[in-house]
Design a protein around this ligand. Sequence first.
Ligand SMILES: Cc1cc2nc3c(=O)[nH]c(=O)nc-3n(C[C@H](O)[C@H](O)[C@H](O)COP(=O)(O)O)c2cc1C
Length: 163
Amino acid sequence: MKTAIIYYSMSGNTTYVANILKEQLDPEVDLIEIKPVKAFPDSGFKKFLWGGKSAVMAQKPKLQPYTFDEEKYDQIIIGFPVWASRIAPPVRTFVEENKSALKSKSISAFACQAGSGGEKALSGLKSLIGIEAFKASMILIEPKEKLSSIYDGIIKDFCGKVL
Ligand SMILES: Cc1cc2nc3c(=O)[nH]c(=O)nc-3n(C[C@H](O)[C@H](O)[C@H](O)COP(=O)(O)O)c2cc1C
């Protein structure tokens, strides 16, 4: 089964998990990182204000060109940081741009967060795509900063459901 991991990451946590998943699932898995044309501020006061406002307003920032050859994949894993208990806006853009393709695939998702909001964000992502359930889902708290062994079990379980 050919899989793509599509993700956005501002400060590296989601990238970190995407790479672990690629390693554990199959090195043939494609990693597709999406990035907004105009980067969100990633430090200081503006970081939370601008990103949070954009997430609450359900904005869809324009993305840098990416390659997503939908025909190639049977299943998709979407990874994102939780912003204001929602999906980070670049993921919203990607989903809106590829909704019909995504609806026909098996979808899994993971969220990185600092504390809470992941469940709400995952549920919002399901509604946005228009699916009843994810094949697998997981929420991780600042995984890049933790000893990776803390998440061994949850990641193994996620990979087991995806495969
Ligand atoms: C604009 C903004 C809003 C955030 N909102 C939340 C939130 O509602 N709940 C939470 O637990 N963490 C929140 N965070 C923290 C991130 O979800 C967390 O640091 C995540 O691991 C970052 O992933 P990344 O390193 O891939 O960007 C927010 C971060 C930013 C920048």
